[in-house]
Design a protein around this ligand. Sequence first.
Ligand code: G6P
Length: 608
Amino acid sequence: MCGIAGYIGPRQAAPVLLEALKKLEYRGYDSAGIALIEDGHIQVRKARGRLQHLMDITSGGMETPGHVGIGHTRWATHGEPSDRNSHPHLSNDERFAVVHNGIIENFRQLKEMLISRGYHFHSDTDSEVISNLMQEYDQGSLVETLAAAAVHLEGSYALGVLSLDEPGAIAALRKDSPLIIGRGEGENYLVSDIPAIISHTRDVYLLEDGEIALMTDSEVSFFDAYGAPIGKKVFHVDWDVSAAEKGGFEHFMMKEIMEQPQALQETIRPRIKDGRIDLSELGLEGGWLKALHTIHIVACGSAYHAGRLGKNLIEMSARIPVTVEIASEFRYSDPILQPDHLVILVSQSGETADSIAALREAKRQGVKTLAIVNVLGSTIAREADHVLYTWAGPEIAVATTKAYTAQVAALVLFSGYIAQERGSAYAPRLNILAEALLKLPEVARQVLDDHSRVQYLASLFFNHRDIYFIGRGIDYSLSLEGSLKLKEISYIHSEAQPAGELKHGTISLIQPGTLVIALATQKKLRDKMLSNIQEVRARGAVVLSIAARGDKEIAAVSDHFIGIPPLSDELEPILAVMPLQLFAYYVAALNGNDVDKPRNLAKSVTVE
Ligand code: G6P
């Protein structure tokens, strides 16, 4: 959601900024812009629409001179996507230029105050107040001016700022929205996400809330919110640059779907030792785990769906009650938390605004927190008491696939680990689970190898207007993810229903020809699913079932069937989500949609 780029160094800045913004496109945006300092003035070029449009009108940045610049891709929150609402925004005296990610919650009051002091506004954005606040509270030094302006801001912000009075510098400030500084040789970078600069440098600084950075071409200095100097450690990024490139696939999403065996391997393998699940890395003390009374899993989007599977698994194996809540609801629900509770935040990015707020609420109440996170050094990873990393590698497509399956794998590991540590009745099955976990990446590969069958099925249904998913228990949690994946990228209306609940309302929408995708991977519930499949077929539905390979009865009552190789009840859901991801992908591609950057969506939702 919104991308920030900044460059200062010997090269022409505009092409570097556009290249970095291109790599941030996956975050989601609807307009783009750049600002460069050149010959005593700030030149701004910005345009609504795809970044390619801005590239075309600036000849890839070549027409915009200058060695110091900031850039932005905007995902509209205040004011429609338009040229004038695009960033960067200039102050009235055109001495300051600002790019902003986040939301300034008190912008109306600030705007009124600035208007009363004679300022004019050229956009409908909340962000434009910031450049004018900088003019209003100019202290003669960029860092001090930024600190003075920020005192007035409420909300979330990552800012990149240029000032004509310090033409050899870029200032940056963060609060509740990620910002990273890349340290180069005689040049420095500012970005909102690491993949945007990984081809230039692997040495980065992760800005913390309230910290200000001042970059020149040769130096980066850091200050606290009051402008006092502070020290900061370099963080070295060690993942492979090819991980953030398409590697011959048409879309990142397909590449990431196919990378799932590796993501599972990396997440699982180091945590199985001598046939036992070993999560001693978490530092959760055995006595505390034994006394653990309730777990609250909190997340957004697909991570919430992974959390629902986590509930199914933890309750089954460790017999601890688990609640699962959407972070934006949890944070305002005045949650009832006790010292013997654990709050688990699940997040790919570790930067989702509502999940961060939920984590802070749990910490405010003094409850232990555990983060299941993919991005190293992200806000949630840094602030949680304990971290269980998913090792899915960078994920670029907006619709998550490999990060989701890695989250589910992490939750399987965690459920097994607490069952083991608490000596629950399930504990004797743990050896079998550990063995199955080790086989999971290979079996996942087999499932993905069958992608052309899913492609064929997608070709039968890609022009449907409504598609329903049904399942029970774990399969229901999985259905939610399958349905979300489909609607995110194909724009086809879709709903997931607990199969037994269908007849309490939604079945009225089933007509002859309606596609129902039925998940029946769990032995103990398959007979119930058999009946539910027949119920919808009796109303004319076309049924595509996903169940254990060789389940002839389910296959016989369905129009189409996808078989999942046998593994274990706990792990088959991880496998069954893969055909659903492939189905969503092929349906979206057949509809000619922009699969990696679906309309209106953002990869990392850094505003409420
Ligand atoms: C956005 C993404 C989803 C993701 C959700 C939560 O909506 O498009 O794919 O599941 O945010 O993101 P997180 O980074 O917290 O897992």
